[in-house]
Design a protein around this ligand. Structure first.
Ligand SMILES: Nc1ncnc2c1ncn2[C@@H]1O[C@H](COP(=O)(O)OP(=O)(O)O)[C@@H](O)[C@H]1O
Ligand SMILES: [Mg+2]
Length: 277
C-alpha cells in the first residue's frame, strides 16, 4: 500500500502585497517556484531518503505533506487521506520532526508531550509518553523545563513530540544536523527500531553516508525537481560512483552522461538500471 502519494506537486511561494500596494495597483510580483511537478510514491514500511542541497525544496515538500503549506498544483495524500480535503486525518497519520527547534520554553518535557497529545484528542497518554521518553534517553528530563534543556535534548523532545499519537508515517527533516555523535546514534537506533516495527520513515539528511546505510530508496531533489529516484544501491551502481556521496555529487553537477537515466529508473525500480548515453 502506498502511504505517501505525491502527484504533480508544484509549489510557488507568492510574496504578499500590502494593502497599500494593492490599493495603489502595484502588480503582483512573480512568485518563487520551490517545487516543480514532483511525483513520488512511498510504500508502507519503506525507509525513504529525500536528499538535495540547501534550497532544493525538501522542507517545502514536507510542509505540504504536513498540511502546513498549500500546494499550488497537484495532489498529495497520506495513508489515502488528501492533505487538502481530509487535512485532519492526513495530519494524524503523520509524525513530523521539524528542521527548526520551536518550543514553548515555559512547559516541562512531559507537559509539552501532553499538550501535543491533546492536539490529537488523546487523554491519559502517559504510559506511551513514558515509553517514548525512555527510548530517547529523556526519562530523567520529564519534569525539566524546555528552556533548561541543551540543544541535543530539545531535539530528542522534537522526536518524542512527533510520536505521541503513534503515527504510521514518520517524517524527519534533517534530524541530525548539528547534533553530536552520541545523539545521532541514539536517534538512528530508535528510528531503525520504529521502522522495523512497521513505521514508514521519510528522512531528509545531508549525511549521505547515513542515508546510504539507512534508506532502501532515495530521491534527489534539485531546484524543486526530482532528478534521481531509485533503490539506493541501484542508484549508486547506475551512476558509477563509489558511494552515495559520489553519486549525489555527480547527479547534482548534472553529469551529461546521466541525462534522463536516473529518473527513468524510478519507473522500473526493481529492474537492473542502466545509464542512457
Ligand atoms: N515561505 C517562503 N517564502 C518564499 N520562499 C521560500 C519560503 N520557504 C522556502 N522558500 C524558498 O524555497 C526554496 C526551497 O526551500 P526549502 O524547501 O526550505 O529547501 P530545503 O529544505 O531543501 O533546504 C528556497 O529557495 C527557499 O528560499
Ligand atoms: Mg530544509
Amino acid at each position: 500500500m502506498s502511504v505517501v502519494r505525491i502527484e504533480h506537486l508544484t509549489k510557488i511561494y507568492t510574496p504578499r502585497r500590502s494593502l497599500g500596494q494593492r490599493l495603489r495597483g502595484v502588480a503582483q510580483p512573480p512568485g518563487f517556484q520551490a517545487l516543480d511537478d514532483v511525483n513520488l510514491t512511498i510504500e508502507a514500511g519503506e525507509f525513504f531518503g529525500l536528499l538535495g542541497p540547501n534550497g532544493a525544496g525538501k522542507t517545502t515538500l514536507i510542509s505540504v505533506l504536513a498540511g502546513l503549506s498549500a500546494a499550488t498544483q497537484g495532489h498529495v495524500s497520506v495513508c489515502g487521506y488528501d492533505v487538502a480535503h481530509d487535512a485532519a486525518r492526513a495530519r494524524r497519520a503523520l509524525g513530523v520532526v521539524p528542521q527548526e527547534l520551536v518550543f514553548d520554553p515555559f512547559f516541562t518535557v512531559r507537559e509539552t508531550l501532553r499538550i501535543q497529545s491533546g492536539y490529537f484528542g488523546l487523554r491519559r497518554n502517559d504510559d506511551w509518553i513514558d515509553e517514548i521518553l525512555a527510548s530517547l534517553g529523556l526519562a530523567d528530563k520529564a519534569d525539566t523545563n524546555m528552556r533548561a534543556l541543551s540543544g541535543g535534548m530539545k531535539r530528542r523532545v522534537l522526536v518524542a513530540q512527533a510520536l505521541v499519537h503513534r503515527p504510521p508515517v514518520i517524517v524527519l527533516d534533517e534530524p541530525t544536523a548539528g547534533v553530536d555523535v552520541d545523539l545521532r546514534r541514539t536517534l538512528w537506533e530508535f528510528i531503525v527500531r520504529l521502522n522495523q516495527q512497521g513505521h514508514t520513515i521519510l528522512l531528509t539528511t545531508h549525511y549521505l553516508e547515513e542515508a546510504e546505510a539507512l534508506c532502501g530508496r532515495v530521491a534527489m531533489l534539485k531546484a524543486g525537481r526530482i532528478v534521481a529516484l531509485d533503490r539506493t544501491a541501484a542508484l549508486v551502481r547506475q551512476v558509477g560512483g563509489a558511494d552515495l556521496e559520489e553519486a549525489f555529487v555527480r547527479i547534482m553537477r548534472g553529469d551529461p552522461a546521466l541525462a534522463g537515466g536516473t529518473s527513468e529508473a524510478a519507473r522500473a525500480e526493481d529492474e537492473p538500471t542502466e545509464v542512457s548515453a
